[in-house]
Design a protein around this ligand. Sequence first.
Ligand code: C6P
Length: 415
Amino acid sequence: MMQKSALNVSKIREDFPILRRKINGNKALIYLDNAATTQKPHSVINAISDYYMNYNSNIHRAVHQLAEEATVAYEMTREKIAKFINARSPNEIIFTRNATEAINLVSYSWARRNIGKGDVIVITEIEHHSNIVPWQILGDEKAAKLEYLRVDDRGYLSFQDYERYLQSNKVKLVSVSQMSNVLGTIIPIEQMIKMAHDKGIQVLIDGAQSVPHMPVNVQKMDCDFMAFSAHKMLGPTGVGVLYVKEEILEKMSPFIGGGDMIKEVHKDRTVYNDLPYKFEAGTPNIADVIGFGAAIDYLQAIGMNAVREHEIEMTKYAIKSLERVKGVTIYGPSNENHRGAVISFNIGDIHPHDLATLMNDQGIAIRSGHHCAQVLMDRLDLSATSRASFYIYNTKQEIDMFIDALERARKVFRI
Ligand code: C6P
């Protein structure tokens, strides 16, 4: 079957060596766990090994040629990311280990100064644990309150609740995920940010699931902070990004103290380095930041509008196909324009771990469990779901094979 797609998927697939892997002896790998982490193209793998083979060196310190080359490559990635999300300046881009650390950086360096007793942090019921636990820790420490915006069964937010919290004049921070990693729901964050800013409240966007899958423009959405991870967008593990508006970053306290984040250290005082280095203490993950630069190049070359279009097409096809499977319940918005390419579902009373194990027998990688979103699971009265999530290299043929495998599983469990 010819595939209609905004992307040349068969050409893209050639760039990903792992897609030639066999699972369980002879089963072609069908990788549908992209919300957890994506696969890496040759260009990313090569950029990392090129650094280690040809110019491995520490950065920002020495004057020798290797150090100069490594520094330029590292800083080039910062510039590429700034362009990718349309930040005003590369100084607004801080490298972290992952999205989780980026959110924690905001909680330690900004929120501990700006949130106090009786203040309120507003998050939502769809949040990943990474956007819940840091605020619980802060709330316990500062006697601040954490409020959850309720969502309906499809993951749509209650704007009435939101309006009510904002009116209370106690809210100091709104921190929301742009796209749910369980339901796929895309949150209308531009509207949320505008409403918060009208009250002088800062907004953090957890972009871990959105930045890899759709065009994201931080100046247009006007968020104050945004966190995301390289490994969910073709890049290596161990690198995350925190975007912060420069005027806010200038007033933030350091996160971790040590080398590279300082200009001068004396017995009794330290002068911190310029932005963004003040927030990057110690030797960073140089090789993987450079690898991330190659991932950004790859995504820029195919275009984020085309990525989003391809995923809408895949999601629509997958939902239609899944709906025909007897006993299936699909969670999240039914309109593919309101959601990303992540589909959580259950079939009858088959436990998601059992289903994922049967899928694996057939070479198909899906995720099962609570997806680090237990508050949402409680809200939906579920202990777990199965989850299939797509990216640029997935095809409708793979979805057909996934559906065939589900039908076989259904028979095994007599559903
Ligand atoms: N979600 C998933 O399978 P890290 O682990 O820091 O790279 O990303 C954390 C994170 C934050 N926010 C959202 C919305 C996320 O989906 C994730 C990671 C993975 O759904 C691993 S649990």
